[in-house]
Design a protein around this ligand. Structure first.
Ligand SMILES: [Ca+2]
Length: 316
């Protein structure tokens, strides 16, 4: 993109955000009418930062609806929603930055266990390959399946309550789908270094969320194709993605070590060229204080439809 259209884009986004903040503040002020002002200056700054974060959700929603309006279009990283925003001084004294992440460009850990409670073998093999591509031990796949599946029967290489209860202090595996990838840190031996390496490539979404090949990370594409071809040519992947969805499903099919496996892979992992689940990461700073926010967003179609906030974490 040229400099002119980039700066026009930023100016437009800034205008949208300022509008959203103005509306949020107007609402907050009207809600406070008649109440005594009792906040400390720090509390007021934090409240303002929180309102700015809420406003970013409204802006993110409008960008996502724009990208998803045409039900036949692909969802990819060359669209406006994918551009990191800021840091920009959004109102005097407040810097804001935000980015949206397509969570379906990651491997969904909850896809490891099928609706009938049995391990999804294709998903397991994909995770094992992903772990190997990241130079992690493939055995973690069995440990993660046992953590998620409802039964107490350990897989070969896995661990269930019989093992966790012997630890000090003892505890039980979740035995249900997980809502945050950070739950992996509760798995015996899965340390922070391993988590940091794996985290950019995984998500914890509803089992049937699907995987968008247009935004999948290089190591994850390699895990799908069974060949180390995407992450070893990261620059080429990046360049191809500047023009739109890449690889298309057809291209991925032809990249498989065995293309006849494509249909099984597609159905086991819900391969597609669109997404519904997004993570919005925001950071607002004012002076020496900062405020982070994370929102899990889901697009509900058809067409532009609605963006629903499924959960929101905020922290000073
Ligand atoms: Ca289990």
């Amino acid at each position: 993109m040229n400099t002119h259209s980039r700066s026009t884009g930023i100016a437009l986004l800034t205008a949208l955000i300022v509008l959203a903040i103005t509306s949020a503040l107007a609402y907050a002020l009207s809600a406070e009418t008649g109440l005594a002002i009792r906040r400390t200056a720090g509390g007021a700054a934090q409240e303002q930062a929180r309102e700015i974060s809420a406003a970013t959700e409204a802006v993110a929603a409008s960008l996502l609806k724009e990208a998803l309006e045409d039900p036949n279009s692909t969802l990819h990283g060359a669209q406006r929603w994918a551009r990191p925003y800021g840091p920009v001084e959004i109102i005097p004294g407040y810097l804001m930055e935000a980015r949206l992440d397509d969570l379906q460009g990651r491997f969904n850990l909850n896809a490891l266990v099928s609706a009938d409670g049995r391990p999804n073998d294709i998903a397991r093999r994909t995770l094992e390959r992903l772990l190997q591509n990241l130079e992690l031990e493939p055995q973690w796949a069995a440990m993660i399946i046992d953590w998620i599946d409802a039964d107490d029967q350990p897989l070969d290489g896995g661990a269930e309550v019989s093992r966790y209860s012997t630890l000090t202090p003892g505890y039980r595996p979740a035995n249900r789908i997980i809502t945050s990838t950070s739950e992996l840190l509760a798995i015996e031996g899965f340390d922070l270094d391993r988590y940091r390496r794996l985290e950019p490539h995984i998500s914890a979404l509803p089992r049937d969320a699907g995987l968008n090949v247009c935004t999948a990370t290089g190591p994850l594409l390699d895990a799908l194709s069974g060949e180390r071809q995407w992450s070893s040519a990261a620059d080429g992947l990046q360049r191809n993605r500047e023009a739109g969805c890449f690889p298309r499903l057809e291209v991925l099919r032809n990249s498989l070590r065995d293309p006849t496996e494509f249909d099984a892979l597609r159905s086991a992992l819900g391969l597609s060229e669109r997404s519904r689940y997004f993570g919005l990461f925001g950071y607002v700073s004012s002076g020496r204080s900062g405020y982070t926010s994370y929102s899990l967003l889901r697009h509900e179609g058809p067409g532009a439809g609605q963006i629903r906030v499924l959960l929101r974490h905020t922290a000073p």
